[in-house]
Design a protein. Structure first.
Length: 373
């Protein structure tokens, strides 16, 4: 059997779910997987660390607003299309599986031209622009939420399957003790894991900086700052050292956690994060309660608000909107959770139930079944 080409990238949220499916495919079916991603970014390092062959192509960003960069990116997209044609002609895959992101559009368009079947997966509650475009090329469409089907036109409804959002299998069998060793956990305070996705989150980092004395008084804090915000973590640590040196060991900043992420999540008692699909589904796979601070609509297309609303409605999370994400509200919310541990337990139970079906396995089996029919 020939290979399956995976495509997607731009952020970890478009890569790690695909890696999760690829790992199941390789382990359970022996089908080889090859990845097409951006030749300018972190796509290659993430994919190659999972032992998946990688081909880089030019990638232009798909913007919903006018920018002179759009003119340059048109040529990048065209270049990516022709590069994808050459790669696909050489590899002759049985299908192309897209995890979204702007880099996925040229390979999907090229696959359609070569009559190679395309399967696309949308991880967010509502489809992004790349998925909307890729849907025109797709023979099958996978979505994470049942209500997401309402965003697609009637003529493609028969192509849609609800799968959930795939996360790596390690999140279901992670080692909390290993996570505590990695973060150098000491004491008896609950572990608060703060993250902003693979790129970090400036607003969350500022909020941590404003409330660090309260946080360190009540929690052992693991703070993933994002690689580009590394200096903020060091600044927070310096403040603790100057004002409360007795609490310095309760704050552990990291630019980005990859391999140890499942174990760190397993060790955590509460996850405070943005509401990107990959971030919250990984926390759900670990069965963790969440305090979500989604990107507001002015800074995104509103997908994080929709993701957060869903998990909050299911009882797995508490959401703080952009206007509510103040030091006073954050401290008040955390104090309430500390005083009512039964609420945290109920949220953890609801969280685990949402990811219990192991979407990566479901998608891998659907792909195998579909390409062998």
């Amino acid at each position: 059997m020939s290979c399956i080409v995976f495509t997607g990238g731009g952020t970890g949220g478009h890569i790690f779910p695909g890696i999760a499916v690829a790992e199941v495919l390789k382990k359970e079916t022996g089908i080889s997987v090859i990845w097409i991603g951006s030749n300018n970014g972190t796509d290659q390092s993430y994919v190659c660390s999972a032992d998946i062959p990688f081909y880089g192509i030019p990638a232009g960003k798909l913007r919903r607003y006018f920018s002179f960069e759009n003119l340059i990116d048109v040529f990048k997209i065209i270049g990516g299309f022709f590069a994808s044609l050459i790669i696909l002609l050489r590899l002759k895959p049985c299908c192309v599986f897209s995890k979204g992101g702007f880099v996925s559009v040229p390979p999907c368009a090229a696959a359609r031209c070569l009559k190679i079947p395309v399967v696309t997966h949308e991880c967010d509650f509502s489809p992004g622009l790349a998925t909307k475009i890729n849907t025109k090329f797709a023979a099958q469409i996978f979505v994470s939420y049942a209500k997401t089907t309402h965003f697609f036109p009637n003529e493609v409804q028969q192509k849609i399957t609800v799968t959930g959002n795939p996360v790596r299998m390690r999140f279901y069998a992670a080692d909390a003790d290993a996570g505590k060793t990695f973060i150098q956990y000491t004491g008896d305070k609950p572990i608060l894991f703060i993250q902003g996705g693979s790129l970090g989150a400036l607003q969350i980092n500022v909020l941590v900086e404003q409330t660090i004395l309260f946080l360190a008084e009540h929690f052992f804090i693991v703070h993933q700052t994002g690689a580009q915000h590394r200096a903020q973590g060091e600044r927070i640590k310096k403040r603790l050292k100057e004002e409360r040196p007795d609490l310095i060991d309760r704050y552990k900043p990291f630019p980005f956690i990859v391999e140890q992420m499942p174990d760190v999540l397993a060790a955590s008692d509460l996850v405070m994060s943005r509401a990107g699909a990959n971030t919250i589904w990984e926390a759900a796979a670990a069965g963790k309660p969440m305090l979500l601070l989604p990107l507001e609509k002015g800074s995104s297309r509103g997908d994080q608000i929709e993701n957060a609303d869903f998990f909050t409605e299911q009882g797995a999370a508490i959401t703080l909107s952009a206007k509510d994400a103040t030091p006073a509200v954050l401290c008040s919310t955390l104090t309430r959770l500390l005083e009512h541990p039964e609420e945290l337990k109920a949220m953890a139970k609801a969280s685990a139930s949402l990811a219990g079906e192991k979407p990566a396995v479901k998608i891998a089996h659907l792909l195998q079944q579909w390409i062998t029919e």
